[in-house]
Design a protein around this ligand. Structure first.
Ligand code: CP
Length: 289
């Protein structure tokens, strides 16, 4: 049963096949997928949870509701026992978002398909796939595209998944962030040195829930130093696009009026999330058919 856990171990051939299938879904291809899915979200989500639900419905899957706050997790049941329980009652696929990095390692022996909807500061593979689809649709390729990822690199599962996938596929990736947030990456603090030479400016959300940003910067300081300001947008190449995984802190990572500007693909990314998740569910269910 193919699990979808991390971009680190996903082959380029699998990535490209998923993008092609997602593109087909966007163009109207239909697929009926038997099976039952459950979405277990232990961290808040709007886009990932709702677009998985939309994808499951579009594929004709049965979706069982699961509310962590009304489940036996509250009585101390482990994630492993929860997933084994769902497996025992006939669930075929689980989509999980969890605050613990690599939570999925303990589920490797389960026969249910596991799709990672985000693990702490670890990985967010379906976000990366929808980002890759957006870039591929825009430029017709990923190889040679210069993507500048800006923001909270060390705490961002989006940055990690995309860095891994983009580099494997031959893109040039630059990282901009305050030194404190660079983690293991080679980063620069100077967005202005990169802004006019990049094809994709990918802004990241400042993750207030994972660290005390206010101890380092005011919102205004952050915007001035690392944000996509109106002045910086004017220096971008004519063909360059703006991306952001959202949710957005408007006026912090990105100027409010740029969120829906002509070069913004932020809402396109969200729409692509449904098609990518249809492709991922179909792929993950293949072993069961
Ligand atoms: N981009 C993203 O993962 O958004 P949600 O947290 O709303 O799912």
């Amino acid at each position: 049963m193919p699990n979808v856990l991390s971009m680190d171990n996903m082959d380029n051939a699998v990535i490209m096949a998923l993008l092609k299938r997602a593109d087909e879904f966007e163009k109207g291809a239909r697929s009926v997928q038997a099976g039952t899915a459950v979405n277990l979200f232990f961290e808040p989500s709007t886009r990932t949870k709702m677009s998985f639900e939309m994808a499951e419905h579009k594929l004709g899957m049965t979706v069982l509701p699961f509310e962590t706050a009304a489940s036996s997790i509250l009585k101390g049941e482990t994630l492993y026992d929860t997933v084994k329980t769902l497996e025992a009652i006939g669930v075929d696929a689980v989509v999980i978002r969890h605050e613990e990095e690599a939570y999925y390692e303990e589920l490797v022996g389960c026969s249910v398909a596991v799709i990672n909807g985000g693990d702490g500061s670890g990985q967010h593979p379906t976000q990366s796939l929808l980002d890759l689809l957006t870039i591929h649709q825009e430029f017709g390729r990923i190889e040679g595209i210069h993507v500048t990822i800006v923001g909270d690199i060390a705490h961002s599962r989006v940055a990690k998944s995309n860095a891994s996938a983009l580099e494997k596929l031959g893109a040039k990736v630059s990282f901009i962030c305050p030194e404190e947030w660079s983690g293991d990456y080679q980063t620069s603090e100077k967005l202005d040195d990169f802004i006019s030479d990049t094809d994709v400016v990918m802004m990241l959300r400042v993750q207030h829930e994972r660290h005390a940003v206010s101890a380092l910067f005011s919102k205004e300081d952050y915007h001035e130093k690392y944000g996509l300001t109106l002045e910086r947008e004017r220096k971008m190449k004519d063909s360059a696009i703006i991306m952001h995984p959202a949710p957005i802190n408007r006026g912090v990572e990105i100027a409010d009026s740029l969120v829906e500007c002509e070069r913004s693909r932020i809402f396109k990314q969200m729409a692509n999330g449904v098609y990518v998740r249809m492709a991922v569910l179909e792929y993950a269910m293949k072993g069961r058919d």
